[in-house]
Design a protein around this ligand. Structure first.
Ligand code: ADP
Ligand code: MG
Length: 284
């Protein structure tokens, strides 16, 4: 079996150069991100992992043109992020599925297509195809509140895929789910990614999730948020339950864990958050 690492000559989908973001100015400014140089090629599955507050969401929002950089540039498919957003180059999925409760599941998936002015019959066909993809065909006419959290998140993924985005940005989409559901959703997302070939940038703070899903894991450190290490995940495809039991998987989980720890030295003395973490991890 071959490793599912993207060919090095695939087109670059995301390119950040010296990307930085500060909130506020002067003494109270928060440097959320600093000097981020990252290049993501078509068909990659890249996870951003790091401690809370290290700027994962900010980086995703910069790529998605939901916020503006204060330094550097971000280009998507060779264009400024704002242009890529106008061109609907990406879909986004957040931790909370944000579905419209008064719309049926099918109508929720059709929403972006409605906004884009697709004719009704194409919208319906597309929603039906996507419901099959996320294995919710029989729930087309139900409403969001009738579905479990995991099912709702599958609807949100289907909706994000509705207009065939070249890039899918996901911010801790399974963070609110229990461990079993999360593992099932991981397998589901893997298979969706393999079938669609969409490039995915995925924020998580779960090490097993990052290793299982990704072709590359970008490890970040806080204050200011920086990339501290990039780890290639050379696990063979297709990934399955056996993947999680393989020796290579455990090695990579350990590498990511060590990278996170190495770049998280005890912060300034007296920092209560750092002190708690050190105690919790048994480092002191
Ligand atoms: P993560 O997603 O890794 O937990 P975020 O990207 O949400 O981190 O935040 C990075 C840093 O920027 C944090 O210190 C956070 O408090 C700060 N931050 C994020 N958004 C804002 C904002 N809108 N205004 C001020 N500070 C913010
Ligand atoms: Mg976040």
């Amino acid at each position: 079996m071959t490793a599912d690492v993207t060919p090095r000559d695939a087109p670059v989908v995301v390119e950040t150069v010296g990307l930085g973001k500060a909130f506020g100015t002067g003494k109270t400014a928060v440097r959320a991100l600093d000097s981020i140089d990252l290049s993501i090629r078509q068909g990659e599955f890249v996870s951003l992992i790091g401690p809370s507050g290290c700027g994962k969401s900010t980086l995703l929002r910069l790529i998605g043109d939901l916020t503006d950089p204060t330094a550097g540039t971000v280009r998507v498919n060779g264009k400024p992020a704002a242009r890529a957003r106008q061109d609907r180059d990406y879909g986004m999925v957040f931790q909370a599925p944000v579905l419209m409760d008064w719309r049926t599941i099918a109508k929720n998936i059709e929403l972006p297509l409605e906004i884009m002015g697709f004719p009704a019959d194409r919208r319906r066909q597309r929603a039906a195809d996507l419901l099959r993809l996320v294995e919710l065909e029989s729930f087309a006419d139900r409403h969001p509140w009738e579905l479990s959290g995991g099912m709702q998140q599958r609807v949100a993924i289907a909706r994000a895929l509705s207009f065939d985005p070249k890039l899918l940005l996901m911010d801790e989409p399974f963070g609110a789910l229990d461990e079993m559901t999360r593992e099932r959703m991981n397998a589901e997302l893997m298979s969706i990614w393999q079938r669609t070939g969409t490039t995915i940038v995925f924020v998580t703070h779960s090490i097993p999730e990052a290793v299982f899903l990704s072709t590359r894991v970008v490890v970040m450190s806080a204050r200011p948020g920086r990339i501290s290490q990039v780890i290639d995940i050379d696990l063979p495809a297709p990934r399955s339950v056996e993947t999680r039991e393989s020796e290579r998987y455990f090695e990579l989980v350990t590498r990511v864990r060590e990278a996170l720890r190495r770049h998280e030295p005890p912060d300034e003395p007296g920092d209560p958050v750092a002190a708690d973490r050190i105690r919790a991890e048994g480092l002191a």
